[in-house]
Design a protein around this ligand. Structure first.
Ligand SMILES: [Zn+2]
Ligand SMILES: [Zn+2]
Length: 587
């Protein structure tokens, strides 16, 4: 459960096969409208939305039999990249500015993600995707031989290519280079209009907008063009390279990077934490609001006490999180906005800050721990648009998922149908108890979880809930009654009579079972609400049988049939009673 080595965005590998899990999600799925003004939901006009806000974590059916190793999204974006054990990428979500590498569509449904391999981008046979990053409207893919491909908005050069409106399809970046030698990229991160990449040698390169010092090259791009108008420099060099080496880190070996909307944070091999970029709301945790143009060491984590140095970092839109080596969670910047408290931090050009004492929602000007999480040994953190997530081992050796945040209007905290949508206090996520979450990717309005398969995970609802398949065996069309009920495929609700499965199953499988058709084509699209059936079977169906099965009619050979939406009840303690008791439970 708890690995010694902190994993930032990638589930760290155990022996042999990398650690993998299934993709869960909660929150908004109306990709094109999320976070946009006037983004009216379909339900409001009386129709049932096929792109609902998921109020609790769901298994994503389309990828339910994909072995995923990492999930990548952006606190400022509405698209997502899932990488699998074979090194393929699965992309879905908003496609503004061709951020998914394709043109002419506004979005790619999570029910039919695009599968992309490095070979399709011209890479050698052996190349796999090992990392990815999403900006607001651009995407970076990292190959196993250090390649970097990008697609999407590039008007600020954020894709690392010569400035143009959009890069599509994914295009190999010619770099980064240091002293004329090409460096191998191993990780990437992106803000709204800039990107940074980490190379094998521990160097950080940046490209895109330097409006607020995001590139860490000692410059902020703002300059006066004409009265009342300003423009921003775009870091583009005349040669064929567009990236810059982030300054001030040259003699450090950086091991982790993360980006907020307009700032970045990096962690070196010793545990020192560096921050740069936009510093509004004191998000860099340096005690002031001055933008930082060259990475600055955060004194709090600079030693000499090694336990108080950094082990993992995560940047949110207007905040930064550091987990120290004793596994304590520290946050700087603005992370809640009760009332108008967030405006209590007034802006003075001198860099001084005046806090209105007592107003809630005030930013943390330096890194502070959250008392509610004190007793938890945090192993992983993620920050979404308004959400904050952390993982910690629980007393019984399971994983505790901690979630909080304010203004989670799309249910991106996924607390459940009868629970509040937000919580300013870190609380244990009740619906994820017993779920072995290994990584969280928190988007602007949606949250993605990577979780190991187990019986508890199989009990989660599926998204989409309704895949409308008929209520009898997909092979022989037989409805064999209560005595010998068919097995239900965990991906697409295909029912299979036991005698139609080849080879026949001896017993009802424990946990996940995917039918032969779904096994054949993992990642195949899910047809929402349609009565699509796997190919190669008889299709003549009696009209009377075409109606939706009523709740409770659904059969499965095992006892774990779960009528959608009914599985979770809200018995038991309320959320507020679950305010992390961990600190009390542990001495
Ligand atoms: Zn059959
Ligand atoms: Zn199936």
């Amino acid at each position: 459960m708890k690995s010694d080595k902190p994993s930032s965005n990638v589930a760290s590998g155990s022996e042999g096969e990398p650690q993998w899990g299934r993709v869960l999600l909660c929150g908004g799925t109306d990709w094109t409208r999320l976070g946009k003004k006037g983004g009216k939901k379909a339900e409001e006009d009386g129709s049932v939305s096929t792109r609902p806000d998921l109020v609790e974590p769901h298994i994503l059916r389309s990828l339910s039999n994909i072995k995923a190793v990492s999930i990548h999204t952006s606190c400022a974006g509405c698209h997502c990249v899932v990488l699998d054990v074979d090194g393929a990428a699965w992309l879905f979500g908003r496609n503004d500015r061709a951020s998914l590498g394709i043109t002419d569509v506004a979005e790619v449904s999570e029910n039919a993600p695009i599968q992309l391999t490095a070979q399709e981008l011209g890479a050698p046979k052996t190349t796999t995707f090992v990392y990815a990053a999403c900006g607001r409207n651009h995407t970076l893919l990292v190959g196993s031989e250090g390649q970097l491909w990008t697609a999407g908005a590039n008007h600020m050069g954020q894709c690392g290519h010569a400035v143009c409106n959009e890069v599509t399809p994914f295009k190999l970046v010619n770099g980064p280079k240091h002293a004329g030698v090409k460096e191998r990229v191993i990780k990437a991160a992106a803000g709204i209009t800039f990107s940074i990449v980490l190379t094998e040698s521990g160097k950080v390169f940046a490209f895109g907008s330097e409006e607020k010092g995001q590139l860490g090259n000692g410059k902020a791009g703002e300059h006066i063009v004409s009265a009342g108008k300003s423009a921003f420099d775009i870091e583009v060099e005349p040669a064929e390279r567009f990236e810059v080496l982030v300054k001030g880190l040259e003699d450090r070996k950086i091991v982790q990077i993360s980006c907020g909307q307009q700032h970045s944070v990096a962690l070196d091999s010793e545990g020192c934490v560096y921050v740069w970029g936009y510093n509004g709301y004191c998000r860099l945790g340096l005690g002031n609001q001055q933008d930082v143009l060259i990475p600055k060491l955060v004194p709090q984590f600079a030693g000499p006490n090694e336990l108080l140095m950094g082990a993992e970092i995560a940047a949110g839109p207007s905040n930064t999180v550091v987990i120290d080596k004793q596994r304590m969670y520290w946050m700087a910047g603005k992370w809640k906005n009760t009332g108008d408290g967030s405006d209590a931090c007034s802006y003075l050009s001198s860099g001084l800050i005046i806090f209105v004492i007592g107003s809630s929602g005030q930013p943390y000007s330096s890194f502070r721990y959250l008392p509610d999480m004190m007793g938890c040994k945090i192993t992983h953190a993620a920050c979404g648009g308004v959400t904050h997530w952390a993982l910690a081992p629980d007393d019984d050796d399971t994983v505790m998922t901690i979630a909080f945040g304010q203004g989670a209007a799309n249910s991106e905290l996924g607390y459940g149908p009868n629970e509040p949508k937000s919580s300013t206090k870190p609380i244990r996520h009740q619906l994820l108890i017993g779920i072995d979450v290994i990584q969280i990717a928190a988007g602007q309005n949606t949250t993605f979880f990577l979780a190991k398969p187990n019986a508890k995970l199989s009990d989660l609802p599926r998204h989409p809930v309704d895949v409308g398949s008929p209520d009898f065996c997909v092979v022989c069309d037989q409805d064999n009654g209560e005595d010998d009920p068919p097995l239900e495929c965990d991906k697409a609700r295909h029912l299979w009579a036991p005698w139609c499965i080849d080879p026949p199953l001896d017993a009802v499988p424990d946990g996940e079972w995917f039918c032969p058709e779904c096994e054949e084509e993992p990642g195949a699209p899910i047809e929402v609400g349609g009565a699509k059936r796997p190919k190669g079977k008889r299709t003549k169906v009696k009209a009377a049988d075409e109606e939706e099965p009523k709740a409770g009619q659904k059969r499965k050979a095992s006892a774990k049939s779960k009528p959608a939406g009914k599985f979770f009840r809200s018995s038991g303690p309320t959320l507020s009673q679950h305010v992390l008791a961990a600190s009390k439970r542990r001495k």
